[in-house]
Each structure stands twice: as structure tokens, then as C-alpha cells.
Design a protein around this ligand. Structure first.
Ligand code: SF4
Length: 686
């Protein structure tokens, strides 16, 4: 069992959640009970401040509905009827079922996990070893960031960018596809500092979010049109010769071709596509170009909202080209940041041990299409029907797209499902066996970040509650029950933490301080040296030319383009409700009370056209399903677009569904990601 800190009442840890800020935590423990979780003031990115969600972490940890012992389903799938069983019974039953399936074909077993914890150890370390040893199907983990990550990698060479701390020195900040106040709070503090020093803040987001209303300028473009806007900005930079010709010549590739492409996108054309005024685009290009003229840093904080559409990869790529055009990378406060996760030299293979596969090469199944996967009958080309599913660090029945299809898959009587969880989520309701997992306060872990470049160590602050076990311990126990005697299954959690950056970072520093910074340059691409195949910023990508037939970024229209279906005239996006994080925290009463009920934001003219009024319950629907929520006409939605704030648990919503009842399983242009914000709907009174 995990070690428990006993010598200190203040235990250093890390926030485990899917958030770019990766805060350093301090947990105050009294008589073995965690009484308060706060931000570590010694960690410069956290600066002693946590968001409202994680400030409630003790409420979540000691929640009266916390799962404290293993359960076996006794009612129909989805009914939530379970009986208590012992760990021995649970492990025996799981091992027997998996063993018999594996004898026929281990690829009929599928792990399903994502960022319920971002920890490297409780994430895929021991779990990876277990599934590799088993020879199970591999999961293509695409559900959040795959399209943008691919776009960035094809342009800059990796998930790399500006160091977040230098945004405070920028003179122009484009906050693109992000409600930073809700989802990137510590970046927002830096943006405010920049604002106090005279920086202009521009928000580019279909929704007039809390962040948008605090910026100097808000461009409420249509969902899925970001690449068109970026190309029009390039057009204007070219037309006015706001270009750093020296930087372009020495540190980029494909300029002549990109120039041709951008010249096809005058602001008038982009304005039509984006639903913006021509002057808004011209003004933004002027602001961006003037940073070059004045020698001032221009910074772009791109976030993942904008890449959840068909053309999400191309959009991220187009935006990532912009800094090179004006030589913004020359400044430490210039460039773009979508993700910093590629900066970490994590020893993933040492943690997850893909070598345990031996010569086997299991198929790869995309988590964003889990609904279709679970309903696939299996065939020679696709492989065997999925017979067993092990879910950890995820709640797919709530968060995966097209949840009607997902539910039909999970409801299969012949599917054996095991769920590792803290609570009886929508997914746990469909499990055959539920295993109680520890929270971040009860186990070891080590964390990288996708918003800064520090490594954080999480020590257990309290003993596991009830009979809860860490994910690592559960997979160790399962390995033993399956007869896997490889020595790697004996590694302790602390050993796994040490393994993650062995030879790269001094673990003693992590033990002492709880965090350590990577030694990185302040301005990563000031002299070029992009880790791309050409060593330059790749406006043109040979790899994309080969795989996609187009080596340049372009505007790729949505699968469900506005105006393409008269039955569903409204585009819907589903940004996170401020007090939830994906589907985590929805069952924390104090946070749910703030959110109230599932909300749909609509423009006043769209509401009037449908005879709808603020506060009434409405039905949002398309061919995939329908979802009930409360209408808000609050100025946050632009005309033609509705914002459905997520992600509610289905069973805590108004009609037993959530917004993913409406989203589709179609995929992005690059990275095989989901298209949550590429979705047409209609709305009527419920
Ligand atoms: S969710 Fe984000 S802002 Fe909140 S504590 Fe965790 S890392 Fe910090």
C-alpha cells in the first residue's frame, strides 16, 4: 500500500486534473485527516492560488458517496444496482474473465482511460505494463488534444512553445479559443499583469466568455473558422509588408507557397466565412503587424477549444505559422503556446514497458469512437469484437461523443466491464465490477504540465479511505491474479516516480520542494532550431503533402457547416462550465449548486425567432438525440451559435442525458480527434 506521510502536517502535492496550470498543492493534515488543500506559494506558477474547484478537494475526497469497497453489479446494466464484494472475489472474477478471453484473443480486451488524473504513475505506468503484458488492444488516446497537437507538431516540431511566465511581458496577447479565467486561471493572472503594463488583450472565441468580456477586443467568430481568420491575418501582413523577412528566410520553409495560399484569403472572404466584420480582421492584423514595426513582443495563447472541429489540426497549424511571419519568436514574450507537454523528457517506455508486448502488435482503437467500437461485431479486417473493457481515469458514458451510441455499447450484456472510480459515475453504472480507487491525496504520483515546464511530485497526504487502492496497486494485484510474475510488477509507486525522470532531474529536489523546473531556453526559437524534419518552422510539410495531399495549412470546413441543413440551423459548442472540469466535480454539491442546472446560452434574436424566453427549459436536438437544459439569454452566445455548458453527468441532468447526446463520432483532419464543437442542432421548448 502506498506510503503515508506521517512526519508533517503540510504535505506537498500536485493537482491531478486536466488543466494546463498543474498547480502545486499543500495539504494540511490533522490527525490523519486532510482538512485543507491550498496552493503552494513557493511554486511560482501556482503562486499560492488554486481554482475554486480544487479548493474543494477535501469535500470531494470525503464525499459521503465516495466508493470505499469493491462492488459487483446485481441489476440490469445502467441501473446502478450493486452488491459489496471483497477484493479477493473481485480480483478472482476479473482475472478469470480476462484470462478466458485472452486465451482466445487478448485483443478482445480494451483499456479505456484518459486524463482523470494527469499523473504519469497513476495514469499509464502500471496500467501500461499490465495491458502490454496481456497483449490487449491499444487505445488511441485522442479525445482532447490530438488535432491541435498534430497541427503544432507538423509546424513547430512538437508540442512546444513560449514559456508561459513571459506572457506578462507581451504587448499584445491573442487569447485564442480559451476561456482562461475558467480553464487556465494562472495564465490569466499573467495576462492581467501584461494588461496593467499596457498590453492589449484580444479574445478570439465564438462565446463571449468571462475572459472575452475582460479583454479589450473580442472576435466572436463562428466555430470552425479559425484557420480562415489566421489566413486572412497573413493576407494583411503580406499586403502591408509587416513581415520579418530575415526570420522567414532563415528559419521557415514553404514561404512562397504559403504566401500564395494566404493571398487567396482577403479579409472580405474570411469575414464571410467567420461571421466577422472585415474591419475587425483588418484591425487585428494591424495590431499584430505593429508589434513587428515597434519591435514589441506579440504572444498567442492558443487553447484546445478551437481544434474540436473537422479542420482543427489545420487551424492550429495556421495559427502556429503566425509568429514566424513577424519574427515574434525573437522575443521571449513572443510566439505561441498551445501546449508545453513536448518539452518534458519523460521516460514513458521505462514506465509503461511496451517491450512486454514482445513481437505482438495489437490493433489501435480510437477512444473518440468508443460508441461504434463497442457495437462493432468484429471481423477479419477489424479484429475481434470487444468482449472486455477496463475503464480508469475516465467517464466515457458522459464524456465521449454521441453518447446514445456509447450507452448502447456499454449496455451490451455480453460485454464484461470493469471500472476503477471514486464515485458511481454514469460509466460505473454500466460496470460488472467497480473497484474503488484512491484520490490524489492518498497516493504517490509525478506530473508534467501542458501549460508550464515544471515537474511536480505528489506525495500521499492521508491513508487510502475505506478499502480504496491506487490504480497502480489494482493493476499490480490484477497482474498477480493473472499469474504475471515479471519483476516490473513489483515496482513501488515511489520507484515509478523516480523512474519517470531518472538521469534527467534530481529526485531529491522533488522530494524536498515538490517541484523542479526543466532547464530550458527563455526564447526557444529565437534562432530557429525547430525540431521539425527541416529544422525550420514548417509552413509547408512534406509529411502532410504525402498523407493529406496538401502540405500547407488551409481552412477545412466543418463536417456540419452552418447553413448546410435547414432542419438544424444552429451551431452548438459545449465549453466547460466554470465549476466543472470535464465531468469531474459535477457531484460535488457546493460546486453544482453554483452551476445550478444544465444551461444553454442563446442569442436574443435566435430565441425570439423560436418564441423562447430566458429561464425556460428547452430541448436541444438533432438526428443523434435530444438534451434538456435551461435557456439563458445572457449575451454570451453569438447569433446562430448556442453554447451548451458541460459536462454534466447524465443522471444529474434534466432528462437523463447530457450534451454529448448530440455530438458526433466524426473525426478531425489531423490526429483523429473528436469534433465536439462541430455540431448542428435545433432548439424548441421542452
Ligand atoms: S484545476 Fe487547474 S487551476 Fe485548478 S488547482 Fe488544478 S491545476 Fe490549478
Amino acid at each position: 500500500m502506498p506510503d503515508t506521510a506521517t512526519s508533517s502536517t503540510l504535505v506537498r502535492g500536485a493537482c491531478p486534473h486536466d488543466c494546463p496550470d498543474t498547480c502545486a498543492l499543500l495539504t494540511q493534515v490533522e490527525n490523519g485527516v486532510a482538512v485543507k488543500v491550498s496552493g503552494n506559494p513557493a511554486h511560482r506558477h501556482t503562486d499560492g492560488v488554486l481554482c475554486a474547484k480544487v479548493s474543494k478537494y477535501t469535500e470531494r475526497t470525503y464525499h459521503p458517496e465516495r466508493l470505499l469497497h469493491p462492488l459487483r453489479r446485481v441489476g440490469p446494466k445502467g441501473s446502478g444496482q450493486f452488491e459489496r464484494i471483497s477484493w479477493d472475489e473481485a480480483l478472482r472474477e476479473i482475472a478469470a474473465r480476462l484470462g478466458s478471453i485472452a486465451q482466445r484473443n487478448p485483443e478482445a480486451i480494451l483499456p479505456y482511460s484518459y486524463a482523470g488524473t494527469m499523473g504519469l504513475v497513476q495514469g499509464e505506468a502500471m496500467a501500461g505494463r499490465f495491458f502490454h503484458r496481456l497483449g490487449a488492444s491499444l487505445l488511441e488516446r485522442t479525445i482532447c488534444a490530438a488535432a491541435g497537437g498534430a497541427g503544432l507538431t507538423h509546424t513547430l516540431g512538437g508540442k512546444l512553445g513560449m514559456r508561459v511566465e513571459f506572457f506578462a511581458e507581451a504587448k499584445l496577447i491573442l487569447i485564442w479559443g480559451s476561456n482562461s479565467i475558467g480553464s487556465n486561471l494562472h495564465f490569466w493572472r499573467l495576462a492581467q499583469e501584461a494588461k496593467r503594463r499596457g498590453a492589449k488583450l484580444v479574445c478570439i472565441d465564438p462565446r463571449r466568455s468571462e475572459t472575452a468580456e475582460k479583454c479589450h477586443v473580442h472576435l466572436a467568430l463562428r466555430p470552425g473558422t479559425d484557420a480562415a481568420l489566421a489566413l486572412a491575418l497573413m493576407h494583411e501582413l503580406i499586403r502591408h509588408d509587416w513581415l520579418d523577412h530575415d526570420y522567414i528566410e532563415h528559419h521557415t520553409v514553404g514561404w512562397a507557397a504559403l504566401r500564395e495560399r494566404a493571398l487567396q484569403w482577403p479579409p472580405e472572404r474570411a469575414a464571410e466565412v467567420c461571421g466577422l466584420a472585415v474591419q475587425q480582421i483588418r484591425d487585428l492584423a494591424h495590431d499584430y503587424g505593429q508589434c513587428l514595426v515597434r519591435g514589441e513582443p506579440a504572444a498567442i495563447r492558443l487553447n484546445y477549444g478551437m481544434q474540436r472541429v473537422h479542420g482543427g489540426g489545420n487551424a492550429a497549424r495556421a495559427v502556429a505559422c503566425l509568429p514566424a511571419l513577424i519574427g515574434a519568436w525573437r522575443h521571449r514574450a513572443g510566439g505561441v503556446l498551445l501546449s508545453s507537454s513536448g518539452a518534458f523528457p519523460t521516460r514513458h517506455a521505462a514506465l509503461q514497458r511496451p517491450d512486454l508486448l514482445g513481437p505482438r502488435r495489437p490493433r489501435l482503437l480510437n477512444m473518440s469512437t468508443i460508441g461504434d467500437i463497442l457495437q462493432h461485431p468484429g471481423d477479419t479486417a477489424w479484429g475481434p469484437k470487444v468482449e472486455a473493457l477496463l475503464v480508469y481515469n475516465s467517464n466515457p458514458v458522459a464524456v465521449a461523443p454521441e453518447s446514445g451510441a456509447v450507452v448502447r455499447g456499454f449496455a451490451r450484456d455480453d460485454l464484461f466491464t470493469v471500472v476503477l472510480e471514486h464515485f458511481m459515475t454514469d460509466t460505473a453504472d454500466y460496470a460488472d465490477i467497480v473497484l474503488p480507487a484512491t484520490t490524489q491525496l492518498e497516493h504517490w504520483d509525478i506530473h508534467t504540465s501542458y501549460g508550464h515546464t515544471d515537474v511536480l511530485l505528489n506525495r500521499p497526504a492521508i491513508a487510502p479511505l475505506g478499502e480504496a487502492r491506487s490504480n497502480t496497486q489494482i493493476f499490480r494485484d490484477l497482474a498477480q491474479a493473472m499469474g504475471f510474475d515479471d519483476p516490473c510488477f513489483a515496482d513501488s509507486d515511489e520507484t515509478l516516480c523516480r523512474t519517470a525522470f531518472d538521469g534527467v532531474l534530481d529526485f531529491e529536489v522533488l522530494l524536498r520542494d515538490g517541484f523542479a523546473s526543466l532547464p530550458l531556453p527563455e526564447a526557444p526559437f529565437a534562432q530557429g532550431h525547430f525540431p521539425t524534419p527541416s529544422g525550420r518552422c514548417e509552413f509547408y510539410s512534406v509529411a502532410l503533402q504525402r498523407s493529406q495531399g496538401d502540405g500547407l495549412p488551409d481552412h477545412v470546413p466543418n463536417h456540419e457547416t452552418a447553413g448546410s441543413d435547414a432542419r438544424y440551423p444552429l451551431a452548438m459548442i459545449s465549453p466547460p462550465a466554470r465549476n466543472f472540469l470535464n465531468s469531474t466535480f459535477v457531484n460535488v454539491r457546493s460546486l453544482r449548486n453554483i452551476e445550478g442546472e444544465p444551461v444553454l446560452e442563446m442569442h436574443a434574436s435566435d430565441a425570439t425567432a423560436r418564441g423562447l424566453r430566458d429561464g425556460q427549459t428547452v430541448r436541444v436536438f438533432n438526428d443523434r438525440g435530444s438534451y434538456h437544459c435551461v435557456l439563458r439569454i445572457n449575451g454570451r452566445a453569438r447569433e446562430g451559435v448556442v453554447n451548451s455548458l458541460g459536462i454534466w453527468w447524465r443522471k444529474l441532468g434534466l432528462n437523463g442525458t447530457n450534451v454529448n447526446e448530440l455530438t458526433s463520432q466524426k473525426l478531425t483532419d489531423l490526429g483523429h480527434g473528436p469534433v465536439f464543437y462541430d455540431c448542428l442542432v435545433e432548439v424548441s421548448a421542452a
